[in-house]
Design a protein around this ligand. Structure first.
Ligand code: SF4
Ligand code: SF4
Length: 131
């Protein structure tokens, strides 16, 4: 590349818009089928544990429901809690659930010290949050 064309090339990139997105100052685009945060809807979950057994990342732990939680379809009174920091977002749990109990979202902003588990989202799916 000769000197004039090199200068032209440098100027082109110097005055042009940046190619990269200035995240987090600018939002990023999200693909339609993006797999983000997900949690079990406790109105549908029966506590069968299939999703926890099948999870390849061992990211789902079955936990006891709070005493006051009203869940007529869940006699064992246990529900899946997803660890978002262990999850690899394969959505096997979502597709394998026989009761279509998982709620999916395209939320990817999961970094940080709070809300790294699906517990609160699931408890909020039932009236009164089971508290
Ligand atoms: S979310 Fe589905 S697969 Fe997982 S425990 Fe509940 S009913 Fe079973
Ligand atoms: S999306 Fe995959 S890795 Fe994440 S909890 Fe579900 S089965 Fe496990």
């Amino acid at each position: 590349m000769g000197k004039p064309s090199l200068i032209k090339e440098v100027l082109k990139w110097f005055i042009g818009r940046p190619v990269t997105i200035q995240y987090p100052y600018e939002g990023t685009s999200i693909e339609d089928r993006f797999r983000g945060r997900h949690f079990a809807d406790l109105n549908k979950c029966t506590g069968c544990s299939l999703c926890a057994i099948e999870c390849p990342a061992d990211a789902i732990n079955m936990e006891k429901l709070p005493e006051k939680a009203s869940v007529p379809k869940n006699p064992r009174r246990i529900y899946p809690v997803v660890s978002y920091s262990k999850c690899v977002y394969c959505y096997r749990c979502v597709t394998i659930c026989p009761f279509d109990a998982y709620v999916t979202t395209n939320d990817y902003k999961l970094a940080g010290p709070a809300r790294l588990y699906s517990r609160d989202y699931s408890l909020q799916s039932i009236r009164g949050g089971g508290q």
